[in-house]
Design a protein around this ligand. Structure first.
Ligand SMILES: *Cc1c(COP(=O)(O)O)cnc(C)c1O
Length: 592
């Protein structure tokens, strides 16, 4: 990216306010996970957004992010002895963590004028650059009681609440960037379809008083030239849709009419994915397989792939960070140097891992009072508790699992993950894990840790011996926790879906469950899971610890050096953002 980026890199302004510098890319996301002090994320989508912004800060990429504030956070999870989940709001005070911005904007919702303010959070990068994240907030005395609650809950409320939120994010976000005076030169990146209404906001800005129903093909093309869309959903039912009556009521008849003219109405619904596709110059899925699947779902649109990454600086635990500082000092500023982990002595890798493992086990003890065995093979399954992730696949045959622990050596397992408050299937799955833990008592310790968040993930991805992942194919568009584990030399034992199709080299970076087909074969997956654990992983772990350390080293060198947000963001730069800028230079001829 060196030839093209300098034009856009600018010195940080004195005040650090957005607009003080030349932001070039506005990144819109319904959720952003920056750290556990700012609980405005639910899972992978938000953590990816946070990691993306961190990489932008590290690389001096001139980005600004827009999201909503969520005063209630994404709930605290409580689990009783049987695994029944209950939820309470997170007690956090935005004013203690975020800086208010004095600009105000308004958005017309359901015929009312909703006032919107913003808060900002500054993320500092490794080399002195920084980026801002804007959190939109409607809790203002000028607003009605209902409107004041619109930015309280992430993925809460009914369809009406959700559409109001998406209107705030898309239309409010565009209005806020305009008010800050930085919209003229921006590229708009939609991280998933939730923010697709920003395209309507851009259209309205462009046509002004005339009203959006008058917009010409040139106006539409001008908006399309500025937009980039990343889809994250590999199954048709997962795409965000709203009933047309609701659309008319929330957005108003004129906007509904405009959307209709744009041809984004399908089956009397507004489908946010189609809206984003229609108005984006560049569209991508989040892993190679996911890009192919998306292209199959939306054959009328060219869909590319840029595989996700995770932020190396964020997810490398202190023992490995110290080791890399000594052995490959450039690793943080340029993650590609992780390739040279190949030269680190195996004993040092082994030692760093043991430290990270002890650190995790201390944390488990602090949280639960349970002391796990630092020498026992430790697996973890930590992710959102929702059915397709199949947290309980490991327990399909409890007796077999007991026999494995008896024959091949001790085994202990750590679980974590929240179910969405209304996800009955996800909640049932947590209870099944608790039942299995009960049945395995005395044979294999299984602990379900409450309140999975960025902080707990940091301990788990670095401290366990093997990272387990058993999604139902093709639901795992990418997955990122296995990448975080790789930075810490933790190999994956995973179904071949999402990123693992690209990161997996059997017996080198980890192990596969099942084959490379697009659909899952549960019987084969279960058999593979147990066979691989018993005959490959455990004999290596207990019998050949240095060979196991070699696998750890390959994870860092092959997967850490690639599945990171620095590489991901340079790909966005070269393939998505830069393409948009180029097309702008070509001007009117750029129209297809
Ligand atoms: C990384 C991360 C996720 C996403 O992990 P997947 O592998 O995509 O399931 C979810 N939640 C938290 C807290 C994370 O850190």
């Amino acid at each position: 990216m060196s030839e093209t980026l300098p034009r856009l890199i600018v010195e940080n302004g004195m005040s650090g306010e957005p607009g003080d510098r030349e932001e070039a890319i506005a990144y819109f996301s319904m959720e952003i996970g920056i750290n556990s002090e700012i609980p405005t994320y639910a899972g992978g989508l938000g953590v990816l957004a946070g990691d993306t912004m961190r990489a932008a800060a590290d690389m001096g990429m001139p980005m600004i992010a827009v999201t909503l504030l969520y005063r209630n956070g994404y709930f605290r999870q409580h689990l009783d002895a049987k695994g029944n989940q209950t939820e309470t709001p997170v007690n956090w005070k935005p004013e203690e963590v975020l800086t208010p911005i004095d600009k105000r904007v308004t958005v017309e919702i359901e015929g009312r004028t909703v006032h919107v303010r913003a808060w900002r959070y500054r993320i500092d990068g490794a080399l002195g650059h920084f980026v801002n994240v804007l959190f939109l907030d409607t809790d203002l005395p000028e607003n009605s009681d209902w409107d004041r609650t619109l930015t309280n809950d992430l993925y809460g409320g009914d369809r009406r609440y959700r559409l109001c939120q998406e209107a705030l994010l898309g239309l409010g976000g565009v209005a806020m960037l305009h008010a800050l005076g930085i919209d003229g030169r921006l590229i708009y990146h939609m991280n998933e379809g939730h923010s697709a209404l920003l395209t309507l906001g851009l259209l309205e800005l462009r046509v002004g008083e005339k009203g959006p129903t008058t917009c010409t093909p040139e106006d539409q093309e001008a908006v399309r030239n500025r937009c980039v869309f990343t889809t994250h959903t590999p199954v048709p039912t997962g795409h965000d849709k709203f009933d047309w009556n609701l659309v008319t009521r929330v957005l108003g008849p004129q906007r509904a009419e405009t959307l209709k003219c744009m041809g984004v109405q399908r089956d009397s619904m507004l489908n946010m994915t189609y809206l984003a596709l229609r108005f984006s110059r560049y569209v991508n899925g989040v892993a190679l397989r996911h890009g192919e699947i998306s292209a199959g779902m939306f054959p009328d649109y060219p869909i590319h792939s840029i595989t996700n990454g995770a932020c190396v600086g964020m997810w490398t635990a202190p023992p490995f960070a110290e080791l890399f500082d000594e052995e490959i000092p450039e690793w943080l500023q340029d993650n590609q140097y992780l390739r040279y982990a190949l030269g680190i002595p195996l004993e040092r890798i082994q030692e760093a891992h043991q430290k990270a493992k002890n650190r995790l086990l201390e944390e488990v003890h602090r949280r639960t009072g349970i002391q796990l065995d630092p020498d026992a093979l430790t697996l973890s399954f930590a992710r959102r508790a929702t059915e397709y992730k199949r947290a309980d696949l490991l327990f399909a045959d409890i007796e077999r699992l007991k026999r494995i622990a008896k024959k091949a050596g001790p085994l202990q397992i750590l679980y974590a993950g929240k179910a969405h408050p209304r996800d009955i299937g996800g909640k049932e799955m947590i209870k099944r894990v608790f039942r299995a833990a009960e049945e395995l008592r005395g044979h294999i310790p299984v602990i379900y840790l409450e309140d999975y968040d960025i902080e707990l993930a940091g301990y788990l991805v670095s401290g366990v011996d093997v990272w387990l992942n058993t999604p139902l194919k093709p639901h795992e568009a990418s997955g990122t926790s296995g990448m975080k584990a790789a930075f810490n030399g933790v190999p994956s034992l995973s179904v071949l879906d999402g990123w693992w199709l690209e990161g997996h080299i059997e017996g080198i970076t980890g192990w596969a469950i099942g084959d490379r087909d697009e659909t899952s074969e549960p019987t084969q997956e279960r058999a593979d899971l147990y066979d691989t654990l018993q005959h490959k992983i455990m004999p290596l772990f207990y019998g050949h610890p240095l060979e196991f350390a070699r696998i750890r080293r390959y994870c860092i060198a092959f997967n850490g050096s690639f599945f990171n947000t620095q590489r991901m963001l340079s790909q966005y730069w070269r393939s998505a953002y830069h393409q948009v800028i180029r097309s702008e230079h070509r001007g009117q001829q750029a129209q297809d």
